[in-house]
Ligand binder design. Sequence first.
Ligand code: NAD
Length: 532
Amino acid sequence: MTLSEKSSQGDDEASAVRAGYDLSSAKVLVVGAGIMGAGIAQVAAQAGHFVYLYDTKAGAAEAAHSNLKDTLAILEKRGKLGNTPAHDIASKIRPIDALAVAGDAGLAVEAVVEKLEVKRSLFQNLENIVSEDCILATNTSSISVTAIGNGMKKPDRLVGMHFFNPVPVMKLVEVVSGLQTNPAVASAIYKLSHSWGKTPVFAKSTPGFIVNRIARPFYAEALALLQEQFSEPAVVDACMRAAGFRMGPCELMDLIGHDTNFAVTQSVFEANFFDKRYTPSVVQRELVDGGLLGKKSGQGFFDYKSSASTKTHPSVSVASESSPPPTLKRIVVNGTGKITTSWIQRLKDKGVPCSENPQADWTGLQIDELQIRVTDGRTATEMGSKSQSVIVVDLPLFTKPGQALAFAAATTSKPAAIVTAKAWLSVLDYQPVEVKDTPGLLVARTIAMLINEAADAVNQGVCSINDADAAMKLGVNYPAGPFEWLREYGVSSVVDVLENLDRIYRGDRYRISPWLRLSLTNTTVWSKGPPP
Ligand code: NAD
């Protein structure tokens, strides 16, 4: 957060207090005692609040309370509760069997079933129970806060308080404002989330809010590439993990469940009036239709039946391909920037003499007639010629030494050129994996599209640059935020990749965010964050 954002945040917090929204000692009503509601009740009680816990299902609130007692006892044994005994925290939670009991709550957080009509009627009912200045919050992950507020007497006191699962562990809270949300209400929830040990970010109520929107390309690009026969799911995962992601997209979709992941994509697609950018995948629909839902059904991209006890899927590894050591040739390292610098260093470390050509209009190695080019979105075949064999490699900027890096050969490339390219990529400390010659390969196009989506979100006022970065790191554990990647990758390189994808695929999917185009020439668009 920049200084100016911080100070305006401070002003908002002050105005929240002036508006009477001091929630520091408010009683909290949690409605819905399922996975999320129980987590929210735990976090609120641990922060010292008295908590009412209500669920329409008979016995559900008591059952959740009883489970929470066990959880808290375990946390106490592990020394995770500080000086407060587990019993004291648990006794702050009171399961109730009628909402009317909670009339003195200062905050009501709803975590009931994800259905607009259920949430709407709940809030309209709550308005008759709680006082005028009680803040009403919804934990919805996909429904418009504005739509939920429609029909309320005071929709200005409704705000999104979007926690992530598991609530006690995940730091992020998206504080979501609908069209009628009072900014002082959003600020009060922001401040409260902070005091609960969370990292809140502000978001405008738009489909997917921040995280579920910006994350779409992480799954969509992998699925699109699988449909194009790029490679196997295990290779996709290995390359993405090599680029710093904790899990590959295929194993992550298997873990989330393809039905859930497909439903989120569909809801973002529909909510955006079927914008092609968010088109769901036929590859994933086939898995859903076949009941191959992932880990929970025993089979998704990977088979979990034979190793039911394995925590991650069993088969993510790329066979190591050994290549003969390359014979020394005339090597020129083309281009400028971090990739070039690191490749020159790696060659030097291995005692390989090379010359530099910073004037070149492409990045990579020229080895006699062989060019090993870092992808700019074009295929190797498009870049090749009769006199030059071209091998295109995926974005190596974030790839860890010794790990998988995809490469593809032009249709005109001779088999010997592929052998030589693999050998040199091994010298550069990668585990080269040959894939189909596909525009933008995998890591480059996924990261470019994540950046593009984040840029659009900022352009549309959904969130700030710094909040987008924080949300993606804390909400889905990305190794960096989209704008942090952009700073490393460079605006013009990202735009090149997207331009080429847009040209090759045609249609709306790869259209470039106006924010990115503008930032090519006008750095003032970066005024809310550090320059690239
Ligand atoms: P869940 O099915 O585990 O729990 C929902 C609970 O709400 C159930 O116990 C149900 O009996 C109760 N309920 C249903 N209607 C009710 C009503 N009118 N009044 C009171 N209780 C009612 O669901 P969950 O996973 O905890 O999700 C709850 C909400 O949180 C949803 O809106 C969901 O989209 C959102 N959310 C879920 C996750 C997640 O990963 N599960 C993450 C973020 C947000």
